[in-house]
Design a binder for this molecule. Structure first.
Ligand SMILES: [Zn+2]
Length: 407
């Protein structure tokens, strides 16, 4: 049975039982009963040699019938070279002929096959690394594998697919660590804040406010900065977040002037600290209303700083009016840019309307050029068919309020 080369030992043991006792002939019935038709056919085709009495495993590729790495590799390469791209062209015989110990042949072979570990090709200058860095840093550098296909160094940010750093992913990563192991996390509906329809700079104000890092006088004192505690706007009460944004007389009047008094007085938003109020407003109100409130808070803070650093005082009516206009302007432009105007917005409601028959409509606007001390006024008259009738512009060397100017 010496010719049964490609079958395993256990098959050979079974085969022995398939022979007639003392004969080198297959027990055909037994074979056909035990195996499927095609396997039985192949078994029965295997010639039985009378001189071989015991089964053994035979390697056909060598004369002595014993397996060798050389002939195994040759056989494998025959199949591999025949149909794919693993073959590396070159004078391989030349390498094997070199008169050196086998282990050095193998090094050459691995080198020419491109499968030598990278540390043999791209290597760290160990002395230099150790001289330049502290022991632990040097250790981590030297442990970093060098990849032969990378020729130029570049900074890579792993948190983004395009490998470029972004504040968003950086913040996300930082928060993962922070939330995971310490007390910096502030609970609240942060998504509600970021969803408010409003310019980014005002989002940031809300974020700082809710993180407790807006430098109100109360916060400054909390961080051991010596300063007066009184509100710089009204000079009557302690300036904390609740006072400056919700309770200060100027703030309250500004809320009303901006048309948001219903939000200010809503029973659902009377929490005892400003953060909780803001989280509640952003959660319950529409993104537009939350946006208007955010814009108002930004203007109140801006006004407070203007008073503190420049001694400029604005009336609550001016603040409220500015909030209304600024939000509508931003919203119109934002909607135009996103090209997705849907439904009726408050911005649509302030469109120009033509006067009724027999009337003439006059639109007035004033402008201030900062630093010039001038106030300019523009007038435009139109009839009930929207036709322009007459216009006028003029300026005065004086600074008056927008309400006075338009009056
Ligand atoms: Zn105040």
């Amino acid at each position: 049975m010496g010719a049964l080369t490609s079958t395993s030992r256990c098959i050979l043991v079974i085969c022995q039982r398939l022979l007639h006792e003392n004969y080198n002939v297959w027990n055909i019935d037994k074979v056909r009963n035990l195996f499927s038709e095609d396997v039985a056919k192949r078994i029965l085709e295997t010639p039985l040699v009378s001189s071989v009495h015991e089964d053994k495993v035979v390697w056909e590729e060598e004369r002595n019938e014993c397996y060798s790495v050389k002939s195994g590799y040759k056989l494998a390469m025959c199949y591999i070279i025949g149909n794919d791209t693993y073959h590396v062209a070159g004078n391989w015989n030349g390498i094997w002929k070199a008169q050196v110990p086998h282990k050095t042949h193998h090094l050459l072979w691995r080198l020419c096959r491109g499968c030598l570990p990278t540390r043999y090709r791209n290597v760290w200058n160990i002395d230099k690394v150790r001289n330049l860095f502290s022991e632990d840093v040097a250790k981590r550098i030297l442990e970093t594998p060098l990849v032969s296909s990378v020729h130029e160094d570049k900074v890579v940010w792993e948190e983004e697919r395009n490998e470029c750093y972004s504040v968003k992913s950086g913040y996300k990563l930082a928060m993962c660590y922070i939330i995971g192991n310490d007390t910096y996390h502030v609970a609240g509906n942060w998504n509600g804040i970021w969803k408010a329809q409003v310019p980014h700079k005002t989002h940031h104000l809300l974020w700082r406010l809710c993180r407790g890092c807006l430098p109100t006088r109360y916060r400054l004192l909390e961080r051991r900065l010596e300063c007066t505690l009184n509100c710089p706007v009204c000079d009557e009460e302690i300036e904390d977040e609740l006072h400056i944004f919700f309770r200060c007389a100027v703030a309250r009047d500004s809320w009303c002037a901006a048309g948001l008094s219903s939000v200010l007085h809503n029973a659902a938003y009377q929490q005892i600290n400003a953060m909780d109020r803001i989280f509640a407003v952003c959660s319950n109100e529409s993104n537009d209303t939350a946006g208007r409130v955010t814009m108002l808070l930004w203007c109140i803070w801006h006004n407070r700083n203007d008073k503190l650093w420049n001694d400029n005082v604005q009336m609550p009516r001016q603040i409220g009016r500015y909030v209304f206009d600024a939000w509508n302007d931003w919203y119109s432009v934002h909607k135009l840019q996103s090209n997705s105007v849907s439904g009726t917005t408050e911005a649509d409601l302030v469109r120009w309307e033509k006067p009724v028959l027999g009337w003439v409509k006059c639109n007035v606007d004033v402008a201030f050029v900062s630093g010039s001390g001038r106030t300019s006024v523009e007038l435009c008259f139109r009839d009930n068919s929207c036709q322009f009738m007459v216009g006028k512009t003029q300026w005065r060397q004086t600074v008056i309020s927008s309400v006075e100017g338009e009056a």
